[in-house]
Design a protein around this ligand. Structure first.
Ligand code: NDP
Length: 242
């Protein structure tokens, strides 16, 4: 029995990328995983491949009611929730002068408000259980500002770290809070950039990207630590990334 075996782990943004990789890795180590995202066909396929210790519900993290229903569905399926991984995210890189205000809104709604809605849904459950673990996905872009073009994305990821740290101060004790801040990871994330010139830069930058499993292993490490150890933050990146 490892410290992962039997734990119920709920993951947003699990239809691709590092959310999917995390679900697969944790399930292989005996966790029960509950996946959420908008693309149901992906969720159905991944859950089918993992087997009976996996479930899913379609969720758009920009809807508070939707996130509430998603978290409730997870608890209904597995009886409790040990970990919530707030992972869903969007990266739309563009210079501020392009004023892509709609994309600023979407990044704020998904990357910040989505995380807050996850906290709002799971915190009362964790308090009732007397235990729980939030894992919030920030970024190296939440540690330093990627400029030009990454200003708003970095702003959202700095916010995730700030919210995580504040949350830890408030609920620390029985409830753990971990921030994971990855560098370039090979996923669909780069497709979120619509600005043509910025997209070229993003694609060139991502040539150094490492596999999603690297982040999944970091998440597994934080979960597997004993309950009296709270891994507060892990920053990881390709060895060659600045
Ligand atoms: P992907 O694009 O592969 O995954 C993003 C996930 O978020 C998808 O499953 C997507 O599913 C989901 N998602 C997006 N919008 C919503 C929404 N409104 N509601 C619910 N789910 C949503 O990229 P990654 O795996 O790389 O991204 C995961 C996290 O990792 C993000 O927070 C990202 O910022 C962060 N990160 C990634 C890095 C990288 O280099 N890849 C580096 C640092 C951080 P669907 O479209 O089906 O809804």
């Amino acid at each position: 029995m490892t410290d992962i075996e039997g734990k119920v782990v709920v993951i947003t943004g699990a239809s691709s990328g590092l959310g999917e990789a995390t679900a697969r890795l944790l399930a292989s180590r005996g966790a029960k995983v509950f996946l959420g995202a908008r693309r149901e066909e992906n969720l159905k396929r991944i859950v089918g491949e993992i087997g009976e210790n996996a479930g899913y519900a379609v969720v758009d993290v920009t809807s508070q009611a939707g996130v509430q229903a998603f978290v409730e569905a997870a608890r209904e399926r597995f009886g409790r929730i040990d970990v919530l991984v707030n992972n869903a995210g969007l990266m739309a890189i563009a210079p501020m002068s392009a004023t892509q205000v709609d994309e600023w809104d979407r990044m704020i709604d998904i990357n910040i408000k989505g995380v807050l809605y996850g906290i709002a849904a799971a915190l009362p459950i964790f308090e009732e259980q007397g235990s729980g673990h939030f894992i919030n996905i920030s970024s190296v872009a939440g540690v330093k500002v990627f400029s030009p073009g990454g200003t708003v994305y970095s702003g959202t990821k700095f916010a995730v770290r700030a919210i995580s740290e504040g949350l830890r101060h408030e609920v620390g004790g029985a409830i753990r809070v971990t921030t994971i801040s990855p560098g370039a990871v090979d996923t669909e994330l780069k497709q979120g950039t619509s600005h043509a010139e910025a997209a070229q830069g993003v694609n060139a930058f991502y040539e150094i990207a490492i596999p999603s499993d690297s982040v999944a292993r970091a998440i597994a490490f934080a979960i597997a630590e004993p309950a009296d150890v709270d891994v507060n933050e892990i920053v990881l990146r390709p060895t060659v990334q600045d």
